[in-house]
Design a binder for this molecule. Structure first.
Ligand code: ADP
Length: 319
């Protein structure tokens, strides 16, 4: 193998640049040429492809987002679209591809492999919602962004004796809410994986009041309901008048944490090694601090599970 390509797809995540850098430099270390494909699968179809040298990935390890840009492409979901994509890869002499993205991007990567074009996936998403890996690139950074916000809001909550509800990202997975809620000392954490009980939230707030605590922080994952809905229910059911903060897209950006940079570097290096060994249709991941590879097919039929012991501990600690 002489030439490989790399693209980022779907939602951006901090640490994607560190992964691109690792792929380019590991490739060059092994005498490969590495080409960057700009704007995900859409850019691949359009042939937005350029060589990346050692210097082109210099000074990006600390930057959020992705220097290759990202996109969503409906055309790539069609066979005709993927045919154009493979033609572009062949035209540029690219023999294998690394795709950094979430499960949607992996569906595309698997289709390429099935069509005879070897592809490896790297999990890059702040949601941490990919089965088969303990962590995804970007999760730790998003978590730290949320904790920073909670800490700041806590100052006002304690100064004003107020209840605050903070809505965080997580449509199907409550990892950001759970981890940030635990690290931020939230009184209640509402996640899609466990039944939402607003009465329990009220009970906790009232218990706190009974022992002289006048402020509370409640974290809600967007997949449960909106923070405004929770606020409405607290007001109607218990006369509590909380303040609401929806963190939104600030959770996606920012300089990646050391942990995300190291994870991205390890996963990027492993992806190139797999391609050199002739592997395809695999995702690299981390399990118990070991870098592993597993079949994308398995990932796509599996389910991401939140650690139930974390739910238990968070609940025990927020009395
Ligand atoms: P993420 O990778 O963050 O989950 P998306 O779900 O939006 O993001 O997927 C990114 C892109 O992957 C899509 O825009 C599409 O081009 C491609 N993709 C998603 N699902 C499929 C599929 N079933 N077949 C082929 N390509 C797909």
């Amino acid at each position: 193998m002489k030439r490989i390509g790399v693209l980022t797809s779907g939602g951006d995540a901090p640490g994607m640049n560190a992964a691109i850098r690792a792929i380019v430099r590991t490739g060059i270390y092994h005498q490969l040429e590495v080409y960057g494909i700009y704007q995900g699968y859409a850019g691949l179809i359009e042939g937005k492809i350029k060589p990346l040298d050692v210097g082109s990935v210099g000074d990006i390890i600390h930057r959020g987002g992705t220097i290759l840009y990202t996109s969503r492409s409906e055309e790539f979901k069609t066979e005709a679209g993927r045919k154009k994509a493979i033609e572009q890869l062949k035209k540029h002499g690219i023999e294998a591809l690394v795709v950094i993205g979430g499960d949607g991007s992996f569906r595309g990567a698997l289709k390429l492999t099935e069509a005879g074009f070897p592809t490896i996936g790297i999990p890059g998403t702040i949601d941490n919602d990919i089965p088969g890996t303990d962590f995804t690139i970007g999760f730790d950074t998003a978590l730290n962004t949320v904790i920073h916000a909670i800490d700041q809001i806590r100052d006002t909550a304690t100064s004003h004796d107020r209840t605050f509800i903070i809505e965080v990202m997580g449509r199907d997975a409550g990892d950001i809410a759970l981890w940030a809620g635990m690290a931020g000392g939230a009184e209640s954490i509402l996640i899609p994986e466990s039944p939402t009980d607003v009465d329990k939230v009220i009970e906790r707030i009232q218990q706190g009041h009974a022992r002289g605590k006048r402020h509370s922080i409640i974290i809600v994952a967007e997949g449960v309901c909106s923070a405004n809905d929770v606020a409405k229910q607290l007001k109607e059911k218990a006369g509590i008048d909380p303040r609401v903060t929806v963190l939104g897209h600030i959770q996606r950006g920012g300089s990646p944490t050391a942990s995300d940079r190291v994870l991205a570097s390890r996963l990027g290096a492993k992806a190139v090694e797999l391609l050199l060994n002739g592997e395809a249709g695999k995702m690299v991941g981390i399990r118990q601090n070991q870098i592993i590879a597993c079949d994308i097919e398995q990932i796509l039929t599996g389910h991401h599970h939140i650690d139930p012991t974390l739910i238990q501990i968070a609940s025990q600690l927020s009395i």
